[in-house]
Design a protein around this ligand. Structure first.
Ligand code: NDP
Ligand code: OXD
Length: 308
């Protein structure tokens, strides 16, 4: 029995080391150097090569190496019988909460304007937005979004949230899927923390931007495909949206020629809002590996039908 680690863009050695530290007897293969594909029953994947999983006749479970599973779900060569799990970990939510709080504070304290003014040697105090005048809205109140909403509330913001089902989070105004309009009407700074599914693909479009309370701002930390890129540029040019903070893009790395790079009203980070920690993930992966081997219920299973 062996465990396979596969990624086209992540260094997997720290994950292998963390797993072996927990159990030195584990048999771990790292793609592409796989010696015995028939022994692989459990795989851990992040951006895997196309058709890879067809080569493992005894594969039973694939764990995403992150919170998102869209990279697995879009591969229709993976048989229905293979179960998917994902990483749900305190440090993933914690890092995301820090990133979002930083981005929200940068917006209300106009940090980008001051950075620009410094480059031009301009000394000009600007009026900050008051916390009391701003509502932050979180789209997606799952493992990460709910923690982000709670943390914003603790930091003195008015917070509302939107999810498929009704949520109850202390002090947070929660809306359900059919109440998107009411959620947007309340929201100045919208944060996307939805999973990427056929329903949420392209959800950050001109209609959504028009529905936001003004002044309006966007923070997208979920997936690039949530955003209709030309709608964002139009919304920024027409002041429907004042500023966008983007950590995720439909093409990563974002190509050098992409129009987002040159935009003053866009802040770009390279998909670093929240990154899985090898030690923390290794514990979860090993737990699920043992559960699979002993026929027990897996942790953090993905509903392949719902898409998250
Ligand atoms: P969860 O699966 O725990 O939560 C998803 C939330 O979205 C749930 O509240 C769910 O509602 C809601 N949702 C799903 N579909 C819809 C819909 N059609 N309409 C309204 N609400 C919907 O995900 P996580 O919190 O763990 O992660 C969220 C996403 O964050 C990931 O999928 C990933 O894309 C992104 N991410 C980005 C990172 C980065 O570094 N930029 C790092 C980690 C994650 P309900 O609760 O009712 O089911
Ligand atoms: C994740 C991510 O889904 O890094 O964990 O985006």
């Amino acid at each position: 029995m062996s465990l396979l680690l596969v990624s086209k863009n992540r260094n997997l050695k720290p994950y292998k080391e963390a797993l072996l530290e927990l159990d030195p007897n584990l048999d771990i293969e790292i793609w592409p150097g796989i010696s015995k594909p028939e022994k692989v029953q459990f795989a851990v994947a992040w951006r895997h090569p196309a058709n890879l999983f067809e080569k493992f006749p005894n594969l039973k479970v694939i764990s995403s190496l992150g919170a998102g599973v869209d990279h697995l779900l879009k591969d229709d060569t993976i048989p229905e019988s293979i179960r998917f799990t994902r990483i749900v970990a305190p440090s993933l939510s914690g890092q995301m909460a820090d990133y979002v709080l930083t981005a929200v504070l940068n917006i209300i304290r106009k940090t980008d304007h001051y950075i620009d003014q410094q480059r031009k040697a301009v000394w000009k105090p600007l009026e900050s937005l008051k916390k009391s005048d701003i509502t932050v809205g979180v789209m997606g109140l799952g493992e990460i979004g709910s923690e982000v909403a709670e943390m914003l509330k603790k930091n003195g913001f008015s917070v509302c949230g939107w999810a498929r089902s009704r949520k109850s989070i202390d002090g947070v105004n929660c809306y359900t899927k059919g109440e998107l309009g009411a959620f947007l009407n309340q929201t100045n700074i919208v944060i996307c923390l939805l999973p990427l599914t056929p329903e949420t693909n392209g959800i950050l479009d001109l209609d959504l931007f028009k529905g936001l309370k003004k002044p309006a701002y966007l923070i997208n930390v979920a997936r690039g495909e949530h955003l209709v890129q030309e709608d964002l540029i139009y919304a920024l040019d027409t002041d429907l949206i004042h500023h966008a903070t983007l950590d995720v893009f439909s093409q990563e790395p974002l190509p050098e020629s992409h129009p987002f790079w040159g935009r003053e009203k866009i802040t770009i980070t390279p998909h670093i809002a929240s990154v899985t920690d090898p030690k923390e993930s290794a514990e979860l992966i090993l737990e699920n590996y043992k559960r699979m081997l002993s026929g027990m219920e897996l942790l953090h299973k993905v509903d392949r039908e719902a898409g998250y």
